[in-house]
Design a protein around this ligand. Structure first.
Ligand code: GDP
Ligand code: MG
Length: 439
């Protein structure tokens, strides 16, 4: 799965503060594979991955996240956004009775099933739908709809069963007569895009002027989905998509292709053959499904755990080895990145309160810049052994860095305090370790 592969890729990236272009390319290769495996059209994949890469390159790697988390976050955000960000509900016209919803799509895509499910959903919301059996090409089509209608207690209008346009118009009149507020028009499809099918769909559209045309797309449709939806968009046009058969293995990559190519929203997903298995489409869930990351939250938590362990190891090394001015500078930058000294202290039982008042606990950028300037004005020897920095040297360092002697004094004092504190922490830690060793 993508989760595993990303995990492997990100294991390689882990521990890096900043991702190089090569790192990002490596991660993008996995994303590309996952999308292709989810049947996202290859052109769509190319564009999408290109955009994700740009975002990854441009984005500041957030300090609170590991590089892998950052990439996952960016890709997931981008995918969710592309899929529509928010749910796109079925909008019914307030001033028209009956509302007309027309279903279009290839044969076997799930139109008849979705018609019944939608009728069931609307009925459960208090509407009084009527199903119109406008697939007059297959003899059994009207029977299928009648059976489904019977199961859910929704009337089915069959008319003469010959002329689809007449059946559709007749259904509107029937709805007016029987006070049905919504007519769902089920239509005929073909196995492939077909001129006669398109013409018939357009004729029904012109006759009943639907408020919504929903295209039903089988989630299992592969690369060809782009041609199918493009053709329907150009010939009949539609307002939204119902993605069917998502209860199967399909990852649903077609949703991404549909959205990218036509800009039409996915409104519902059909998750089975039962009448109550039509669900409002959730872009975030679909994004995770397409990426094959149902457990993306788990990945992020795992990544966080590893990051925390790395931080704890850094803190331990700092304690063990004490530090020079160079270390102090590096550590201050690191500390800032880790969320302050208090965060480090919070990893060591009993240390957080003792640390709370220590200098450096809440460094800001300007302080760090000043400290950097001062340390850069020290000689190699002074940085390695700050004890040698006497009054004379302090004056020289101050002049060299453009800071006051007072500030230099303050920094050296700070270094002394931090070193002392590290000594205390070292004591506590070795006490803890020897306890462990005795067990
Ligand atoms: P139509 O030709 O577009 O009207 O498609 P149908 O509604 O007749 O569906 C074709 C086949 O797919 C039927 O066997 C349905 O039972 C099945 N089907 C439709 N929607 C779903 C779905 O969401 N999940 C599953 N598992 N099967 C479905
Ligand atoms: Mg049908």
């Amino acid at each position: 799965s993508l989760s595993d592969r990303l995990q492997d890729t990100f294991d390689k990236l882990r521990g890096k503060g900043r991702l190089t272009e090569d790192d990002i390319n490596l991660a993008m290769r996995e994303i590309r594979m996952a999308l292709l495996e989810a049947d996202v059209n290859f052109r769509v994949v190319k564009q999408f991955v290109g955009r994700c890469k740009e975002k990854c390159m441009a984005s500041e790697v957030l300090d609170s996240l590991t590089p892998s988390q950052n990439v996952v976050r960016i890709v997931l955000d981008e995918l969710t956004q592309l899929l529509g960000s928010t749910e796109s509900k079925l909008v019914l016209a307030q001033n028209r009775t009956p509302n007309v919803i027309m279903m279009v799509g290839l044969q076997g895509s799930g139109k008849t099933t979705a018609s019944a499910k939608l009728a069931y959903l609307l009925k459960s919301q208090g509407h009084s739908p009527l199903l119109a059996a406008c697939d007059t090409h297959r003899p059994a089509a009207a029977d299928q709809l009648a059976t489904l209608g019977g199961e859910i207690g929704v009337s089915v209008f069959r008319g003469d069963g010959k002329d689809a346009v007449k059946v559709a118009s007749g259904a509107i009149q029937e709805a007016v007569d029987h006070l049905n507020d919504i007519v769902i028009v089920d239509t005929a499809g073909r196995l492939q895009i077909d001129e006669e099918m398109m013409q018939e769909a357009v004729a029904i559209k012109q006759a009943v002027k639907p408020d919504q045309i929903l295209m039903v797309v089988d989630a299992m449709t592969g690369q060809d989905i782009v041609n199918v939806v493009t053709e329907f968009a150009n010939r009949v046009d539609f307002d939204g998509v119902i993605m069917s058969k998502l209860d199967g293995d399909a990852r649903g990559g077609g949703a991404l292709s549909v959205r990218e190519v036509t800009g039409k929203p996915i409104k519902f997903v059909s998750m089975g053959e039962k009448p109550d298995s039509l669900e409002v489409f959730h872009p975030d869930r679909m994004a995770k499904r397409i990426l094959g990351m149902g457990d993306v939250v788990g990945i992020i938590e795992q990544a966080q755990k590893v990051a925390d362990e790395q931080q704890a190891a850094d803190a331990e090394r700092m304690l063990r080895e004490g530090f020079t001015m160079d270390d102090m500078l590096a550590q201050m930058q690191q500390i800032r990145k880790m969320g302050g000294l208090q965060k480090i202290a919070s990893m060591i039982p009993g240390m957080d309160r003792a640390m709370a008042q220590q200098p450096g606990a809440n460094l800001d950028d300007s302080q760090l810049t000043r400290i950097e300037a001062i340390i850069h004005s020290m000689t190699k020897e002074e940085r390695a052994k700050p004890k040698v920095i006497n009054g004379q040297r302090r004056k020289r360092i101050a002049a060299g860095s453009g800071r006051s002697v007072q500030e230099v004094n303050q920094l050296i004092k700070q270094w002394g305090e931090m070193n002392k504190m590290m000594g205390k922490m070292r004591g506590m830690m070795s006490a803890g370790n020897s306890k462990k060793a005795r067990r």
